[in-house]
Design a protein around this ligand. Structure first.
Ligand SMILES: C[S@@+](CC[C@H](N)C(=O)[O-])C[C@H]1O[C@@H](n2cnc3c(N)ncnc32)[C@H](O)[C@@H]1O
Length: 308
């Protein structure tokens, strides 16, 4: 069996098992490709559109022992065992590999924190909110940091900033610590345990936040893969807005004059607009559409507070 056949067979097995995706990949084929390449210690950006001969040439430089035109039985069995584990446990692939990728950057992850997949990552990479920042925007806050991936991406994208990264979960912060060290950013990212903005006294220029926002009705329908994640990372109360309601009370006091908040709310735009009808939000365009992430200026928040 060659590499392409192994990936296709694995994808067929995943497809048949009717798994849920959305924690790093969106299809059975992408998930099978990820798991097989990871198991064979091959890079995820291997060009699989090449014919087998060219593919073997790509692999030769990376793993001279590996024949992808005719895989060794031990390699096939190891990949099939991993695919079987994915099917039997229903755990997200990232928990099996303990690795997740965002914007081409590798992050450590395990069951103590959610699998990172925030759309804020692509906005950071695209510089989508650079127009709201200035040369004096140095203090960033990653509120609800989880495994620390957004804090790390911010620190990489903006070399002059300092990032404070807060989470209520000690477990998640332990995972974030691994990532801050892995990317050698201990001098630029400070991890803090805290409930929302409560333990903070500093003011920030840019606050990014991917909070728990899943509404109760959606929580009831979560597939097993998502139930494997800490519920603290997902559940946002009956309309998904519990954390955001509490955050908005203290938020203006934690913002410098021209500060912004970049907030992910997933599929809860309707609930967000119902909860905060007079709030002037700028909806940012992401690969999933214009209703996943919004931007608020301090000015808009103060105006909203006066109106409500
Ligand atoms: C949706 S996850 C986002 C994690 C990470 N930022 C990401 O994008 O992958 C939400 C995170 O918020 C944390 N959290 C939940 N309630 C919190 C609170 N009251 N204060 C601070 N963090 C909280 C959870 O522990 C979880 O890590």
């Amino acid at each position: 069996m060659d590499l392409k056949q192994l990936i296709q067979t694995s994808a067929d097995q995943l497809e048949q098992a009717q798994l849920a995706y959305g924690q790093g990949t969106l299809t059975a084929l992408d998930e099978a490709t990820w798991l097989v390449l990871w198991q064979l210690k091959l890079p995820l950006d291997l060009d699989l559109t090449e014919d087998l001969k060219q593919l073997q040439l790509q692999v030769l430089a990376l793993q001279p022992q590996l024949d992808v035109t005719n895989l060794a039985l031990a390699n096939i069995q190891a990949c099939q065992a991993l695919i079987a584990q994915r099917i039997q446990t229903r755990k997200p692939a990232a928990y099996l590999t303990q690795e997740a990728w965002l914007q081409g950057i590798s992050f450590y992850v395990d069951e103590r924190s959610i699998v990172p997949r925030s759309f804020i990552a692509e906005l950071i990479a695209d510089g989508a909110f650079d127009g709201w920042l200035s040369e004096s925007s140095h203090a960033f806050l990653d509120l609800c940091t989880g495994n620390g991936s957004l804090a790390v991406l911010c620190a990489m994208a903006y070399p002059d900033i300092q990032v404070t990264a807060v989470d209520i979960s000690k477990d998640a912060l332990a995972v974030a610590q691994v990532n801050v060290e892995k990317h050698q950013l201990t001098d630029r990212i400070q991890l803090l345990e805290g409930d929302g903005l409560k333990n903070l006294t500093q003011k920030f220029d840019c606050i990014i936040c991917n909070p728990p926002y899943v509404c109760e009705a959606s929580m009831q329908k979560l597939p097993e893969e998502f139930l494997a994640e800490p519920s603290l990372a997902l559940a946002g109360g009956s309309d998904g807005m519990d954390f955001i309601q509490a955050m908005f009370i203290d938020l203006p006091d934690r913002m410098n004059d021209r500060a912004i908040l970049v907030l992910e709310i997933g599929n809860e735009r309707e609930h967000f607009e119902a909860a905060f009808p007079r709030l002037e939000a700028v909806w940012l365009d992401t690969s999933a559409g214009e209703d996943q992430v919004l931007l608020l200026t301090k000015e808009a928040l103060l105006k909203f507070k006066t109106l409500s």
